[in-house]
Design a protein around this ligand. Structure first.
Ligand code: ZN
Length: 408
């Protein structure tokens, strides 16, 4: 499976030729940058989890001369050109989109933006380390350092595609980083999506106006802190009947109100969508002998400048608003739990982002490969497929042989 994925990456996405465009700033490099990036991609694709694991596996196979040393990879990662790596992400996206490997979500191309804390460490080693005081057991206070970033992904019914990330720098909040990220994504991917979703933090006129200037709509979660809009929407709930429907096991009561004059700074009319969701279920009773009926209730409110839907579209709009979870599950949680995205391969501000962007290239290709190329119905979970790839890497005598000659 490892060889199959390497061949797929190269045949469909030209991966090992495309990465030859990435450069670094070493003054007198003895090893070409493409060998560094190829080694990192092999390590991530085989899910090895650390540079030392790669080095160990490669020396066991007596291929040490064919791959750069751990210290060379680490040193080069300090100055790998991030824009070059982002260019590779873009080429893969363009190929995937052109070949219809990606699909719209409920009829719309949807971008999702959010912030994430990636790593914590007791050591401050770079200019992007943020710090906080944590109280340990016994009341001992300690300084903890951590890195955060914002991410932008494209939602999809089967595949969500990670487009870009941006660090959240010390002394700044999530929105400042997200603003830079969105400006860059809007420039690099002007036609990739028509609406962007964020959580309550993104209910800001600067965000709505930035997206509007690029002809994109916005959706943001409405929280109680935005008193005026929140109270107005709540008072309107009492005056009108919701639209009701059932989707899968959940019963929905949805209100859609147009509100103006309640958001200082934005000044335009917005829609507030409120969804009251009830899902009946069954759980084992405490004695373990029978079942108990349960009812899960959730209330959601979103603000959007999407145009008013035709009569049947509200259901779709609510589904689109809900797809924000994809960034939590498929970008943040899954890449940490199954791809070890929280591992510090090299602690420098450039290397941390470089390793993550290269990982996301691998994750994007893997997700497309899994949906489109795995016909074997007995391979059901991503983790099982990753294990097959990893064991394929260890079983092959030369894991570098499926990689085509690298243009230098
Ligand atoms: Zn740091």
């Amino acid at each position: 499976m490892y060889r199959k994925l390497i061949r797929y990456s190269n045949k469909i996405f030209n991966l090992f030729s495309t990465i030859a465009s990435i450069t670094d700033k070493r003054l007198k490099p003895q090893i070409a940058t493409v060998k560094i990036t190829a080694a990192i991609i092999v390590m991530q694709l085989a899910n090895l989890g650390s540079l030392n694991s790669l080095s160990q596996a490669i020396s066991f196979k007596k291929l040490k001369k064919d791959i750069p040393s751990v210290s060379t990879i680490a040193r080069s990662a300090d100055s790998l050109n991030l824009e070059g790596i982002r260019g590779v992400v873009k080429e893969i996206y363009q190929k995937a989109r052109k070949s219809k490997m990606l699909s719209a979500y409920c009829g719309m191309w949807v971008g999702i933006v959010d912030g994430h804390e990636q790593i914590t460490t007791p050591y401050c080693k770079c200019g992007h380390c943020k710090s906080r005081i944590v109280t340990k057991k016994g009341g001992v206070k300690e300084v903890q350092y951590y890195h955060e970033f914002t991410a932008f992904i494209l939602a999809g019914p089967k595949i969500s595609f990670i487009l870009d990330i941006e660090p959240i720098l010390p002394g700044e909040g999530e929105i400042s980083s997200a603003y830079r990220l969105m400006e860059r994504v809007l420039g690099n991917y002007p036609k990739a999506f028509s609406v962007v979703i964020g959580d309550g933090l993104y209910l800001k006129e600067t965000v709505f106006n930035l997206l509007k200037r690029h002809h994109k709509y916005s959706i943001a979660v409405l929280k109680e802190e935005r008193r005026q809009l929140f109270e107005e929407a709540n008072s309107l709930l009492l005056l009108s009947e919701p639209k009701t429907y059932k989707q899968k096991k959940t019963y929905y009561r949805v209100w859609d109100h147009q509100i103006s004059g309640c958001w200082d700074g934005y000044g335009k009319r917005v829609r507030v969508i409120t969804s009251e969701e009830t899902t009946p279920g069954r759980v084992h009773s405490k004695d373990g002998k029978s079942f108990e009926d349960t009812v899960d209730k959730a209330n959601w409110m979103w603000v959007t400048n999407l145009p008013c839907p035709k009569t049947d579209d509200l259901k779709n709009t609510v589904s689109i608003c809900h797809c924000r979870w994809q960034i939590e599950n498929q970008c943040f949680n899954e890449t940490v739990n199954t791809w070890k995205a929280d591992h510090i391969y090299r602690h420098s501000k450039n290397a941390i982002i470089a390793f993550l962007l290269l990982l996301f290239i691998v994750v994007n290709i893997f997700n497309i490969f899994r949906i489109r190329n795995i016909k074997d119905k007995s391979i059901k979970t991503k983790i099982y497929l990753i294990n097959l790839i990893k064991s394929g890497f260890h079983a092959t005598s030369n894991p570098l042989s499926p990689i085509p000659p690298i243009p230098i």
